[in-house]
Design a binder for this molecule. Structure first.
Ligand code: ZN
Length: 428
């Protein structure tokens, strides 16, 4: 079967296995992946971090054992979906209007299906890669990977010991500039995470009495200072390269040292790019009190703070100044920032594979403000790239697909992705 046809069936099957995190553990999807690999005589091993929280790892032997291995990883879990909001059932995997619809269609069962389609086709034709390819289909990415990639790296690092590079989400998809020019952002960096809880203490009292030790007032002031603070612009290596290439390719007069005025011309993209040139801290949750006429003794807030590679200390020092006295700060979740350079044979091969299938393709490195399993695998010294190739129609607002209602992926884009991935994996 042509892998460009099989990918549609594989993706539909995988979407129909509901793996909403955390209500629907990944075990059935992991077994399905292991079966698809076993059908073509690729041995796969299933690992469970907790009951049902399963990941699958397999190795496809290359012809040149002197070369380090390539890791291709993808997460099996998805975020939940409310059927009532969707045009199709979110776990139907329905094919309609040239798209495969369903939760996970772009995040990221598409890449899992493309990877399987390519390697199943190779196995059927006894084709082998140059270097070993390690496949990891993992649990729990949508909750930070403690039961998936992080767990595998902590408990079974030997599986990945000889991997020098990795590909996965988020990148490799087209952003149309005009008919002849499409950017393909490839993720080479991502911000680190600090989810913080603030707790203010005060003296409880009756709400009708004069009072100068109010926990709610103290907390609200700290939250307000954080929420309105403008962090200074810092241009990291990846972002500088991104801005320089963006200026060159689009002709926009972007000054990499002072990009904000020109970014405003990009509309909605300005907020996305804007979040990659500074640390950020957004208040996201508040809790205090239980009755209108009782001043509570404590008040709590949650802050989602993100830092650029190398700028965590600066973020925390700024936050402590903004928080002030009388409010405690506690770290709820913390994870690292990641950055690698956009160079070397693997980058050349990615770029060549894209250009061979799209003469208007312009690969461009970028820093993502969110987080992926690259945070786990990079701790093993693996250079991580977001490269899940897709060619998208210019009218599709792809950013709304991620965790969005009516998530769907164009079939032509998937076929393109399979061809690019085939070319990349056979040459890298
Ligand atoms: Zn994802």
């Amino acid at each position: 079967m042509d892998p460009a046809d099989e990918v549609v069936d594989l993706l539909g099957d995988l979407i129909r296995i509901n793996t909403s995190n955390p209500t629907h553990p990944e075990r059935p999807a992991a077994e399905w992946v292991a079966e698809r690999l076993a059908e073509v005589n690729i041995d796969a091993q299933i690992f469970e971090s907790e009951r049902g929280r399963a990941s699958v790892v397999a190795r496809v032997a290359g012809t040149d054992p002197s070369r380090a291995s390539l890791l291709v990883h993808g997460h099996l879990d998805v975020v939940p979906a409310d059927e009532a909001e969707w045009s199709v059932h979110p776990f139907s995997g329905e094919v309609r209007d040239g798209y495969v619809w369903g939760r996970g269609a772009v995040d990221m069962k598409d890449m899992n299906a493309m990877t399987l389609a390519v390697l199943r086709n190779w196995a059927r034709h006894e084709r082998r890669p140059l270097r070993d390819i390690v496949l990891a289909f993992v649990a729990d990415e949508e909750a930070g990977g403690a039961r998936g990639a992080h767990w595998l790296v902590d408990n079974h690092p030997a599986l990945f010991a000889d991997c020098s590079e990795a590909i996965s989400e988020v990148g490799g998809y087209s952003v149309s500039i005009n008919n002849d020019l499409r950017l393909y952002p490839i993720q080479t960096a991502e911000k680190g995470i600090n989810w913080l809880r603030l707790r203010a203490k005060g003296t409880p009292s009756h709400g009708s009495i004069l009072h100068d030790d109010n926990a709610v007032t103290r907390l609200a002031a700290a939250v307000s200072r954080i929420g309105t603070h403008e962090f200074p612009v810092v241009i990291t290596d990846t972002v500088r390269r991104f801005l320089e290439q963006l200026a060159e390719l689009t002709g926009l007069p972007i000054d990499p040292d002072n990009p904000e005025p020109s970014l405003r011309m990009l509309g909605g993209a300005a907020r996305v790019i804007g979040s990659t040139i500074r640390n950020t801290a957004n208040p996201t949750m508040l809790a205090a009190g239980y009755k209108a006429n009782v001043i509570p003794g404590t008040a709590e807030a949650t802050i989602d703070a993100r830092f650029l590679p190398g700028h965590e200390q600066e973020l925390l020092e700024t936050l402590d100044e903004l928080i002030g006295n009388g409010v405690d700060r506690e770290v709820l979740v913390r994870d690292i920032a990641v950055e690698t350079s956009f160079d070397g044979a693997v980058v050349d091969t990615m770029s060549e594979a894209l250009r061979s299938e799209d003469s208007g393709a312009r690969p461009i490195p970028y820093l993502m403000s969110g987080g992926t399993d690259a945070k786990s695998f990079s701790t093993l010294g693996i250079r991580c790239f977001g490269f899940a190739p897709l060619r998208l129609p210019p009218e599709l607002d792809f950013t709304t697909m991620w965790h969005g209602i009516d998530e769907r992926v164009p079939i032509d884009g998937l076929r393109f992705g399979v061809r690019v991935l085939d070319r990349f994996l056979s040459r890298c």
